[in-house]
Design a protein around this ligand. Sequence first.
Ligand code: FAD
Length: 372
Amino acid sequence: MTDDAPPPVDQHARVVVIGAGQAGLSVGYHLRRLGLTPGNDLVLLDRAPSTGGAWQFRWEALRLGAAHSVHDLPGMNAMGLRFDDADRSRPARDVVGEYYRRFEQHYDLRVRRPVSVSSVSRVDGAEKLCVATRTADGGTARIAAEIVVNASGTWGTPFLPWYPGRDVFRGRQVDTTEYRSAKEFAGQDVVVVGGGTSAIGFLLELDGVAARTRWFTRRPVVWSEAPALDVESAVAAVDEQDRAARAGETLPSIVSGTGVPVSRRIRAGLDRGVLRESPMFTRLDETGVVTADGEHVHADAVIWATGFRADLRHLAPLHLRTAAGGIVVEDGRSVDEPRLFLAGYGPQASTIGANRAGRRIARQVMDVLAAS
Ligand code: FAD
């Protein structure tokens, strides 16, 4: 082999799907229906140990219900499965993990896990993209793919805003992905940051367990009388995501545009005064946070429930990032790398959006394959 020869490839596939959450499973389901064979010309990879996408990592207390609801995957109803019928007393992570497992088995999607995609790159002189993978035991492999569908979600890249003093605070700081249960904060003074459903869930769970909680948000929380979180009806929020994706900008938070539905549990929290937000503090110090009017709020712990960014680190070799911080994506396809699709990105970042992305992207992928 000369220095210039492309590195050896372990497998050739027509399509590689990165991630088997709602978006990846939806794409996989439609591609299979349209004629691709899972495990052979269609390869689905997921780095997580089990089924459920990011849902398998959600904290124990999270339940499906008014604030969190998962749309049925395409083809799920034909199996007799509906999330609406799921047991709401069980942790959402168990329910979603189980439903996705049955779905994958029923449609024989053959997801390979845990397999982490470390990079997607172009190879000089090759028409295919190279997908480099790594397994937990250190094994590596390379798959050459005509098309890559990235459906890697956001859970791997929680976003923490910078506030002065974040590095001097001596207490514990956790983000949403690190939160396990309120018990870890028993008897402590806890500051919760963020205006979404995660922050609200943490505050309700901490009530009566922590010594004291204080809640800080960048904007006043918009409460909604809708019966459940309805991301799709937030047309303006979804449109704004689409505009940002097309412009290659960092994506805004989608839930900030939807309002938070006031479930019975949230209503009770509001009535008890547990859910009373304060404007964002200006800095942290060694023992707590300091508000704009100079109040010092003691904290043993700060929980940053401040959202996520798209997890696209493995796409770095493609050099698609714009100066505005995003990737230019139109209708689920990268404009600068047409062999790359992004499912569950921007306006598709909800379980119903991911479903719709699956159908639209699968059709486009099949058109590309037919033309090649
Ligand atoms: P994920 O479920 O995150 O799946 C991505 C998959 O890709 C994961 O399994 C991961 O292991 C894998 N992966 C990532 N990187 C790699 C890699 N390099 N190599 C291999 N595999 C990789 N949406 C709703 O519609 N309703 C809700 O109630 C709701 N609640 C939410 C609550 C929280 C706390 C959060 C953070 C989000 C919530 N969302 C909700 C939005 C949610 O992100 C989507 O609904 C949906 O679950 C996302 O699906 P996905 O397939 O895009 O991503």
